[in-house]
Design a protein around this ligand. Structure first.
Ligand code: PLP
Length: 438
C-alpha cells in the first residue's frame, strides 16, 4: 500500500485510489510544458485544468502580480469602496463582451462562484422585476456548472449530485443535443430542433411564469466535450425569448478563446442575458471569477428604488486587486497574440492528428472537438456506441501511458479530454498525438 506524504483530499477522487498509486508531483511550468519531480518534461495537454491559456510562467503576468502586491495586496470593494484594477478590468470586460451587450460585472473567486452569482442574481432579478414566482432553473443533461449547491443542482451528471442530495428544489434537466449519442436522429439540425422543442415543452410544463432561467455551456466541457449543432443555441435563444426566460451562458471554460472564438456564445451568434467567466480570465495565475449582466438585468436593478434591489451577495475576494491585475495582464496577451485564432488553428490540427485513431483502434468510437476542447470517446462497441465500462479504468490507463510518453491528458469516465494552452504549437501537438497513439 502506498502511503501519501501529505494530508489533503484530492478533488473528484476516491481517497483509497491514492493508496494504490503514487501521485504525480508537478514542480515547475514553462510555456506549454510542465516538469515533474523526477525531471520529466511533459507537454501540458490540459492547460492545468482548462485554464492556463497563455501558457506557464509568462513574465508579463508575473510582473503585473508582483507590481500589484507592492502597490496594494488587498482591499475590499464592498460599501462603496473601490480600487483601480477592479475598475479597469470591469471596463475591459464590458468592452470585450460588447458584441454580447454585457454591461456590468460581479466579481468572485472562481467558476463555481460565478455560476452561484448568476443563479442568485437571476432569482433576485425576477423579484425586482415584479415576478417573484419565477424561481426555477432548467439546464442540460451532461452539463457541468461547478460544485456549489446551486451549480450542483443544475449539473447534469449524477456523479456530481448524488452524494450531496437533496440539492436545490426547482431545478430540471432536459436533453442535450449530442450528435454522437442520442436516441432521436443523426441529423444535427433535426436534433437541434428536437432538443430546443424539449426545452420549450419543459418550460410550458413547469409554467413559464415559474421559470427564472436556462443555463448551459456553449460547448459542454467536463461532460465530454459535447459540441452542439450550430442551429441549437439560436433556437434556444428564441425559446427563452418566447417565454421571458433568462438565458445564462456558463463560459467558465469557453470564455476567452478556448473554442476558437473569443467567447463560446459568439460561435453560435447568440447574446445571453448573463455570462459566467473564470479560468481563462487569469489563465490560473490567480483565482478570479466574473459574472456579467446585460441591460435587461442592470436596468431592472438600477430602476428599482426598493430594498429588494439591494444586492446582498458578495465575496471577501470579489474584485481581489491581485486577481484583477493578473487578469488585465493575461487578457492583454490573449488579445495581442490573438489566441482564439491559434486555438482554432491548432484545434483543427490536433483533431486531424487524432481522427485516424477511429479507424486504427477498436475502442475509439469518436474523436471530436471545437478549438482547444477535444475528446476521445472510448467504446465497447463501435456500432452501438456503448461506452467502455467506466469503472474499469481504461481512460486512466491511457492517460498514464500518454504521460510516460511525454504528454498530460485527462481521463474523465470513458473519455480522454484534451484542453491544451491556447499558445500550443505544432511540435507540442505532435507530442500529444504520438503519446496518445502509444
Ligand atoms: N462551470 C464550468 C463550465 C466548468 O467547467 C467549471 C469547472 O470546471 C465550473 C463552472 C466551476 O469552476 P471552478 O472549478 O473554478 O469553481
Amino acid at each position: 500500500m502506498y502511503q501519501p506524504a501529505y494530508q489533503f483530499w484530492h478533488p473528484m477522487l476516491h481517497p483509497n485510489e491514492m493508496k494504490v498509486r503514487e501521485p504525480v508531483r508537478i514542480v515547475r511550468g514553462e510555456g506549454c510544458h510542465v516538469f515533474d519531480d523526477a525531471g520529466n518534461k511533459l507537454v501540458d495537454g490540459i492547460a492545468g485544468l482548462w485554464n492556463v491559456n497563455v501558457g506557464h510562467g509568462r513574465p508579463e503576468v508575473k510582473r503585473a502580480i508582483a507590481a500589484q502586491l507592492d502597490e496594494l495586496e488587498y482591499f475590499q470593494i464592498f460599501d462603496g469602496l473601490t480600487h483601480p484594477r477592479a475598475e479597469e478590468l470591469s471596463n475591459l470586460l464590458v468592452d470585450m463582451l460588447a458584441p454580447e451587450d454585457m454591461k456590468r460585472v460581479f466579481y468572485s473567486s472562481g467558476g463555481s462562484d460565478a455560476v452561484e452569482t448568476a443563479l442568485r442574481l437571476a432569482r433576485q432579478y425576477w423579484k425586482v422585476a415584479g415576478q417573484p414566482e419565477r424561481t426555477k432553473f432548467i439546464s442540460l443533461k451532461h452539463g457541468y456548472h461547478g460544485t456549489h449547491f446551486g451549480g450542483a443542482s443544475v449539473n447534469g451528471n449524477h456523479v456530481f449530485r448524488r452524494s450531496y442530495e437533496p440539492l436545490l428544489p426547482g431545478c430540471f434537466h432536459v436533453e442535450t443535443p449530442w450528435t454522437y449519442r442520442n436516441p432521436f436522429t443523426e441529423d444535427p439540425d433535426e436534433l437541434a430542433r428536437i432538443c430546443a422543442e424539449m426545452l420549450e415543452r419543459e418550460i410550458l410544463f413547469q409554467g413559464p411564469d415559474t421559470v427564472a432561467a436556462f443555463i448551459a455551456e456553449p460547448v459542454q466541457g467536463a461532460g465530454g466535450v459535447i459540441v452542439p449543432p450550430a442551429s441549437y443555441w439560436p433556437l434556444v435563444r428564441d425559446v427563452c425569448d418566447r417565454h421571458g426566460v433568462l438565458f445564462i451562458a456558463d463560459e467558465v471554460v469557453t470564455g476567452f478563446g478556448r473554442t476558437g472564438a473569443m467567447f463560446g456564445s459568439r460561435l453560435w451568434g447568440v447574446k445571453p442575458d448573463i455570462v459566467c467567466l473564470a479560468k481563462g480570465i487569469t489563465s490560473g495565475y490567480f483565482p478570479l471569477g466574473a459574472t456579467m449582466f446585460n441591460d435587461r438585468i442592470v436596468d431592472a436593478f438600477d430602476g428599482n428604488a426598493d430594498f429588494a434591489g439591494a444586492i446582498f451577495h458578495g465575496y471577501t475576494y470579489s474584485g481581489h486587486p491581485v486577481g484583477c491585475a493578473a487578469a488585465l495582464a493575461n487578457l492583454k496577451i490573449v488579445r495581442d497574440e490573438n489566441l482564439p485564432a491559434n486555438a482554432a488553428r491548432m484545434g483543427d490540427y490536433l483533431l486531424a492528428g487524432l481522427q485516424p485513431f477511429v479507424d486504427r483502434y477498436a475502442a475509439v468510437g469518436e474523436v471530436r472537438g471545437k478549438g482547444m476542447m477535444l475528446a476521445i470517446d472510448l467504446v465497447a462497441d463501435k456500432r452501438t456506441r456503448e461506452p467502455l465500462d467506466p469503472t474499469a479504468g481504461h481512460a486512466a490507463r491511457v492517460a498514464e501511458i500518454a504521460r510516460q510518453h511525454g504528454a498530460i491528458v485527462r481521463p474523465v469516465g470513458t473519455k480522454i479530454i484534451l484542453s491544451p494552452p491556447l499558445v500550443l504549437e505544432q511540435e507540442h501537438a505532435d507530442v500529444i498525438v504520438a503519446a496518445l497513439d502509444a
